[in-house]
Design a protein around this ligand. Structure first.
Ligand SMILES: N[C@@H](CCC(=O)N[C@@H](CS)C(=O)NCC(=O)O)C(=O)O
Length: 304
């Protein structure tokens, strides 16, 4: 399967033809589903309505993500009649995620937020080459994922997208103005105070291992992460979440911390290990994780 020009993710096993399918994950009483789309189409607004021979979705299978994985579920992937479909949010993600489906790419936080809020969304997969082209740069000025589109609004930056969703839909931000302001502070802390040292540490390990200075620099990068983790753990204390109940702040913070899943510094902070586990145990997280994983697995099968 060519990976550069086809933005719609392939689910050849399900389409039963040489069409390319648009993956549409729908939650809150709906389901993850896919239907045939035009592979030459460059815009989500060009989604074609499904054929009239529709069958009901298998919600349980779709929610579990198995609808993507098992050809036997394909019959239940056909979406309901066009008139019942809302105008979908479209999320642009890696066509072939380099994390191999571990849910570390930043579309994961947006997927998680959408699942928490019960919002339907469609997925557009892009290759690395496509991400650097003019069409995607118009969505995301740095040629990265994720990008979010809804009703004429195009947004980039995972934190900004999560904030946008949390402000527009109840459930991810406290109603009390002070608690809300503190939750926003934690959202910014996640992406601007906690994430940078983690990314620097991770990028060095990924890209700079052969550099002369790698071994000398690594302890310093680890120490920076260690300091932030200790401060965060101290503030979290015995609480389950950063600000009252679960909020968008926890969603972003846990997403950022998940990058440390293989880091020696994380087990030093058992409160944070437990905090991450609490987030990952949420049904919305699991649906989001299963959806991105299913996409990766479908891609891997198509590449076989
Ligand atoms: N601050 C941005 C970072 C986006 C970002 O780094 N995306 C990565 C994937 S997680 C990407 O697209 N990398 C490919 C590249 O930069 O070429 C956000 O949170 O959305």
């Amino acid at each position: 399967m060519a990976s550069t020009d086809q933005r719609w993710l392939p689910f050849a096993a399900c389409s039963g033809a040489s069409t390319v399918a648009l993956a549409l994950a729908v939650t809150a009483g709906a389901a993850t589903r896919s239907w045939s789309g035009n592979p030459n189409s460059n815009a989500a607004s060009n989604i074609t309505h499904p054929p009239s021979t529709t069958r009901p979705l298998d919600h349980a299978a779709a929610r579990s993500g198995s609808a993507f994985r098992t050809p036997s579920h394909c019959a239940s992937l056909v979406p309901p009649p066009a008139e019942s479909l809302p105008m979908p949010i479209t999320l642009t993600v890696f066509e072939d995620s380099p994390d191999r489906g571990r849910g570390l790419a930043r579309d994961m936080q947006v997927r998680w937020a959408l699942e928490e809020l019960g919002l339907a969304y469609a997925v557009r997969g892009v290759s690395f080459a496509t991400m650097k082209g003019a069409e995607h740069l118009a969505r995301q000025p740095f040629g990265q994922i994720p990008a979010f589109e809804e009703d004429g609004l195009t947004l980039f930056e995972s934190g900004a997208i999560v904030l946008h969703l949390a402000e527009r839909h109840p459930g991810l931000l406290p109603a009390d103005p002070h608690a809300r302001a503190r939750a926003l502070a934690w959202m910014f802390a996640a992406v601007s105070t906690i994430e940078p040292p983690i990314v620097e540490w991770a990028m060095a390990r990924m890209l700079e291992r052969d550099a002369d200075w790698f071994a000398a620099r690594q302890p310093m990068l680890e120490e920076r992460v260690r300091t932030r983790l200790a401060q965060l753990a101290a503030r979290l204390g015995e609480r389950d979440w950063l600000e009252g109940g679960f909020t968008a702040a926890d969603l972003l913070m846990i997403s950022v911390l998940r990058r440390l899943e293989r880091a020696p510094m994380l087990p030093e902070q058992p409160r944070l290990v437990a905090y991450i586990a609490r987030g990952e145990a949420r049904p919305a997280f699991q649906r989001a994780f299963a959806a991105q994983r299913a996409l990766f697995e479908a891609r891997a099968r198509a590449n076989d």
